[in-house]
Design a protein around this ligand. Structure first.
Ligand SMILES: [Zn+2]
Length: 102
């Protein structure tokens, strides 16, 4: 994704790693395929594992972004589609995609 303009006018950018307002969603229906692919990596080298896990993420992960202004969540419609649907929060809770270490 390059930039995503939220309905509130805020521009959500994705130009680096470690963003506190970005995550990934994997459908519950895809987890069996994800675990199957991961279990096949047990005998692989570290580089092969990293490449394979990246491939799994690309195949099954949907990007999700939180607007830091209004809290709206933007979820990618399909993995890699770069088309998003938004959901507006009912509560003032924000920063829900921030990492546990943050
Ligand atoms: Zn917004």
């Amino acid at each position: 994704m390059s930039d995503l303009k939220c309905k509130c006018g805020h521009i959500i950018t994705d130009g680096t790693d470690n963003l506190p307002y970005k995550g990934e969603v994997i459908s519950d229906q895809d987890w069996e395929a994800v675990w199957g692919a991961i279990s096949e990596l047990r005998q692989s080298s570290s580089d092969t594992c990293c490449d394979a896990i990246t491939g799994i993420r690309i195949a099954h992960g949907r990007d999700i972004y939180e607007c830091l202004r209004c809290g709206r969540l933007w979820v990618e419609c399909e993995p890699g589609a770069n088309e998003f649907v938004s959901f507006s929060p009912d509560t003032p809770v924000r920063n829900i995609l921030r990492g546990k270490q943050a």
